[in-house]
Design a protein around this ligand. Structure first.
Ligand code: NVA
Length: 315
């Protein structure tokens, strides 16, 4: 039995990532041309953390494919708390064509994938946010054309899920990826090593620096994310303080001026204007964050369709 999951960005090979992005472009142009969930088949979508874009885009994606999006509030379900992840996985897998889960630990998502018997999709964990980076690559492709050989700079919290996903997804796409982050918040060494391994095969490169200008200089894409991820709220004061570690990494017009003339700005949202990005940048002409947010829908639709097509689910 072949079963394909999307738990982290490198679950898709470079060719497979390209196929998913091609499919996303086709579905964006012709939204109801793929009815792979016709029935309607249920897709279970669980949230243990806050959500807006992810809920709306997965509900839209499943509905658009002809299926029924069953949204489960994690506080009610208590996955891994009220009952073991493995039990929940077997229950959901028998009644769903796929399971989509936003949670904290990556290990729990892996456990869900081990027992569900259907494709499992990471809708954000503490470690990765691979659906967002798929949407980002789609956006860059629309804006700048071919991805291979482009340079993407991510600045801010280098230790969070977005930084890790940019490293893996960009390297997979043949995109040179740079992370600019304070020494206290650098990416996981294991993720950097994995990105370098992928980059060696795709012609990409990986640079991790503690200097924002070094990261952004000449880049085609500049991206950032909140300095306080979900689950880190208690650290908000130290992370946001004026003498906090991220102050030199704010994306303002001066930092954007270091990027290529045609550079575009991306942010997974929610954005905290005045902290990781200024209003002049995120609300300015180089920002494409609304197109990026819309592309969650198209990318996830393509991803679900692709995973189902490449999985043989036992009855
Ligand atoms: N790093 C952020 C991403 C939000 C979409 C978080 O985990 O809260």
């Amino acid at each position: 039995m072949t079963l394909r999951h999307f738990l982290r960005d490198d679950d898709l090979t470079p060719d497979e990532q390209r196929e998913v992005l091609d499919r996303a472009l086709a579905l964006k142009a012709d939204p109801f041309s793929d009815r792979c969930l016709e029935g309607p088949q249920t897709v279970s979508i669980l949230f243990d953390k806050q959500t807006l874009r992810t809920q709306v885009s997965f509900v839209g994606a499943v509905s658009g494919l002809g299926g029924f999006p069953m949204v489960v509030d994690g506080r009610l379900a208590g996955v891994g708390v009220r009952e073991p992840v493995a039990d929940v996985a077997r229950i959901l897998g028998r009644q769903s064509a796929a399971v989509v889960w936003r949670t904290f630990e990556q290990a729990k998502l892996e456990e869900m994938a081990e027992y569900a018997g259907v494709p499992v999709v990471n809708a954000l964990t503490d470690d990765f946010h691979p659906c967002q980076t798929l949407a980002d690559l789609l956006t860059v492709r629309e804006l700048l054309g071919d991805l291979a050989g482009r340079t993407l700079a991510y600045v801010g919290d280098g230790a969070n899920n977005m930084a890790h996903s940019y490293l893996l997804a960009s390297a997979t796409a043949g995109v040179h990826v740079r992370v600019g982050a304070p020494p206290s918040h650098q990416p996981s060494a294991a993720v950097v090593a994995r990105a370098e391994e992928i980059a060696a095969r795709t012609g990409a490169s990986v640079l991790v620096t503690d200097d924002a200008v070094t990261a952004v200089r000449g880049a085609d894409v500049v991206a950032t994310d909140t300095w306080v991820s979900m689950g880190q709220e208690e650290e908000s004061d130290t992370r946001h303080g004026t003498d906090g570690p991220f102050e030199p990494f704010r994306v303002d017009e001066a930092l954007m001026a270091q990027a290529a003339d045609h550079a575009v700005f991306l942010h997974c949202l929610p954005a905290y204007r005045g902290h990781e990005v200024t209003s002049a940048v995120i609300d300015g002409p180089r920002s494409h964050v609304w197109q990026e947010a819309e592309n969650r829908l198209h990318a996830q639709k393509a991803l679900l369709s692709w995973l189902l097509e490449h999985s043989e689910v036992s009855a």
